[in-house]
Design a protein around this ligand. Structure first.
Ligand SMILES: [Zn+2]
Length: 469
């Protein structure tokens, strides 16, 4: 059955099986997960389904590396040898390998290494940058899912990709392997405008991939360099684009004289992930990011508490929250119940109304919304701030307000507290816990009456976290 045609029952059966395999591999191969499963008293063998996995507490980069040290993220990498391979490898690959072993072929150790040895690293991260590892087998998955992405965006082997994305990033790798998998020509000049223009003059792109925030600037630069853009029919905005970024990109396409049927589509690799999800061409970007159900298990948690969102336990379908990713069938860095820092309005499991693919789609994604830059220019993890405030007996309620300061537009994070009882003790306690959990203090702590908190202006990022523009 094709990856994008599985009915609900078949998808659940497949994902249950892949979850069992993945959890076994992860719990025995990764230092972090070995300890984690022991700490929470959940033997890997007890996680037998998607629903059971949903009750495993979600974790993110700060949980694996509280100090933001990239080296600590190596504990996510699976280490396995021949035994690991025999226990956790899929049937056909394993059978082929065992035939090689029986004939004492030199291919046997090669096959084992291919599935177990991390050989390739891409950069990712929200609060800090860290590498995620891929095995040779994982790169095959990148290439296969990349070819699918190519078809989701309505591109063919005749399309030519120009990707202006940072070399070494997971986005770069995903697009690189997508072009390889699709057999399409592609150039990766990096993000220097002069280099991008030179590459575009060499091979005028039909597909242009660029960071969502930089699209207009790149289009203008190409136009000014004299790059013919009338064949450009797909603009991929890397990182789930905001409505403003989409609108600006559409205007930019019109301004540079792109093809009449040119579309703007979002493509996104969540922090910690490696596979690129895309919006489908028939939807012109309106039906959400299409995931790969045989490699991605997408769920949501409450961004304030990290608890599962009530609803259908398998995906909390229809519900919104922080996007939590479990990667299935990838054996480099193990991403299980991973808090991506992205907010999603909903996970839609109904067939896509535009392309009819039956794959879970992520609707209304706000990339990295839960990790913000403060006025000191440092990243502050709002999940850690919320975690330090949620459920405190000395607080009646609280709000976190993120936004540009009126005076100079610098980003600041203001925490409003309504204490129960002693205001001084509650403020000091909350500040100390925020510092311990988030590694730094917010820009301001403000005491408020309980009733005032509900009237604070701002757009709700979550119930208690507000965005002020
Ligand atoms: Zn679609």
């Amino acid at each position: 059955m094709a990856w994008d045609r599985l009915g609900d029952k078949a998808r659940q059966r497949l994902q249950d099986q892949l979850v069992r395999e993945q959890v076994r591999a992860v719990a025995s191969g990764s230092a972090y997960w070995k300890k984690r499963f022991a700490d929470i008293g959940r033997p890997a063998a007890s996680v037998t389904s998607v629903d059971k996995l949903a009750s495993v507490p979600a974790v993110g980069e700060r949980d694996v590396s509280p100090t933001g040290d990239a080296a600590a993220m190596a504990s996510l990498v699976l280490h396995g040898g021949e035994k690991h391979f025999a226990l956790h490898t899929h049937g056909p690959t394993l059978r082929r390998a065992l035939r090689k072993k029986a004939t004492r072929s030199r291919d046997y150790p090669r096959i084992v290494a291919r599935e177990t040895r991390a050989t390739s690293y891409g950069w990712t991260g929200l609060g800090f940058r860290y590498p995620v590892a891929s095995t040779r087998g994982d790169l095959d998955v990148l290439s296969r899912t990349g070819a699918r992405m190519w078809s989701v965006i309505g591109a063919t082997a005749d399309d030519a990709l120009l990707a202006a994305v940072p070399p070494g990033s997971v986005e770069y790798d995903a697009l690189h392997y997508a072009a390889l998998g699709a057999g399409a020509p592609a150039l990766f000049p990096g993000i220097d405008p002069a280099e991008v223009a030179t590459a575009a003059l060499l091979a005028p792109p039909t597909v242009l991939a660029v960071a969502a925030a930089a699209a207009t600037q790149v289009l203008t630069g190409l136009n000014e360099a004299g790059v013919p853009l009338k064949q450009l029919r797909t603009l991929l905005l890397v990182g789930a684009p905001t409505d403003d970024e989409r609108a600006a990109a559409r205007r930019g396409l019109a301004d540079v004289g792109a093809a009449g049927d040119a579309v703007v589509l979002g493509v996104h690799v969540p922090a910690g992930g490696r596979l690129a999800w895309a919006e489908c061409r028939p939807s012109a970007g309106g039906s959400g990011l299409h995931t790969y159900p045989d490699h991605d298990l997408v769920q949501v948690v409450d961004p304030e508490s990290g608890d599962p969102v009530s609803g259908e336990p398998s995906t909390a379908a229809g519900a919104g929250g922080e996007l939590v990713l479990s990667q299935l069938g990838l054996r480099g860095s193990a991403v299980l119940r991973w808090r991506t820092g992205d907010l999603a309005a909903a996970i839609d499991t109904s067939p896509c109304p535009a392309c009819q693919r039956k794959v879970p789609r992520l609707v209304g994604v706000r990339r990295g919304a839960l990790v913000v830059a403060t006025d000191a220019g440092l990243p502050l993890d709002l999940r850690a701030v919320a975690g330090a405030l949620a459920g405190r007996a000395d607080l009646a309620d609280w709000r976190v307000v993120v936004g540009g300061r009126a005076r100079d537009g610098r980003q600041q994070v203001v925490v409003h507290l309504a204490p129960n009882g002693d205001a001084g003790a509650a403020t000091v306690g909350a500040a100390a816990d925020i510092r311990a959990a988030a590694g730094m203090l917010p820009s301001q702590l403000v005491l408020a009456e309980n009733g005032e908190l509900g009237r604070l202006p701002g757009e709700a990022l979550t119930r208690r976290m507000l965005l002020r523009r």
